[in-house]
Design a protein around this ligand. Sequence first.
Ligand code: CA
Length: 432
Amino acid sequence: MTAARIDDTHDPQLRSWVESANAAGTDFPIQNLPFGRFRETGDAHWRGGVAIGDQVLDLHRAGLLPGPGLDTVMRLRPGERADLRRTLSQGLAAGSARHAAWRDALVPMARAQLGLPCQIGDYTDFYVGIHHATAVGKLFRPDNPLLPNYKWVPIGYHGRASTVNVSGHAFARPQGQIKGPQDDAPRLAPSQRLDIELELGIFIGRPNAQGQPIAIDEAEGHVFGLALFNDWSARDVQAWEYQPLGPFLAKNFASTVSPWVVTLEALAPFRQPFVRPAGDPAPLPYLDSPAVREHGAFAIALEVWLQTEAMRRSGHTGDCISRSGFSEAAYWTVAQLVAHHTVNGCALQSGDLFGSGTLSGPAREQAGSLLELSNGGKQPITLSNGEQRSFLADGDTVTLRGHCERPGFRRIGFGECTGTVLPAGARMPAGA
Ligand code: CA
């Protein structure tokens, strides 16, 4: 497999001449170096940058890219991207000869507007969270929660890219067809069961030609990196519309992605073996390889934070309502998703986005959706200020956070993925 190796760019002793990158709690130390796009007032175009502490390094101004966009970075082969990572690491390291030249290519993040990491091509949402699939299945089919194909095929559906927003946006509560169990007929109404889905986004970097499947050991070479992803969902709309073809309008009114793409190179120290529980079927050969078994998984800690409108008014920063992790939650690896998506000859393009599916841990309090946290809406959760939630209320702000930690390595983070629910019919502020 083309898995990135641990090298001197992961050295925990490495410090940057950008002082804020050396702060203990930063998500963006010199060992991370995630890519994204930003602009300042007056900029006509988005510019490709790298997050370092509380600053953004403009890649074009630093002389690292021929133009402002990130397209060329996304299409790099893994070895070439590792070279770029080394150049960035050396240039941003304390004592670097590039300090004087690159200082003028820094923009404070607080002054930059962060955009989507790229123009998103197609968006596919998977369903790799086995605890989520089991818990949700139980709500509908108590005796047979997990459908028989789940352990053989990575389940997914095609979504819409046009309603994926970058972190920091607000959107109106969606309306849709809703039919309660006692209703004779459906009605059009604002969703009363608006929910979150804690997911990771997987950005495709290098495309494949139509008709040419990507082999499992080549798969990670086509991945640009990972970001946080909230796939907001209207559960009441979903319940009425989802059979027989799957999710539709319950899922495509808004999704939120964090602005910084953490590369697989940055994640190299946080890989884990991919193991199936004893007795489960082995993946079919096109989804299996020694490399996948040895280090196919990523240990990424994930959190969901909720700040209600009342909290915001009283200066309360919000509650962490769930903690989960990618490797405990996921039944399939990133490489398996890429190999499976292309096995039929489907062409992936640079900028395509996969959602992982809701990444719930095994316990109720590790759930990545309110549907699970509130047991289908029957047991509301109580927040620290006494408010209760079964599903989201108008004014609620949800923030996803993620980070990787391992003894002997520097902690790296994913930044934030934040969105706010506005009342139904509210005009949406112009976004990024
Ligand atoms: Ca989803």
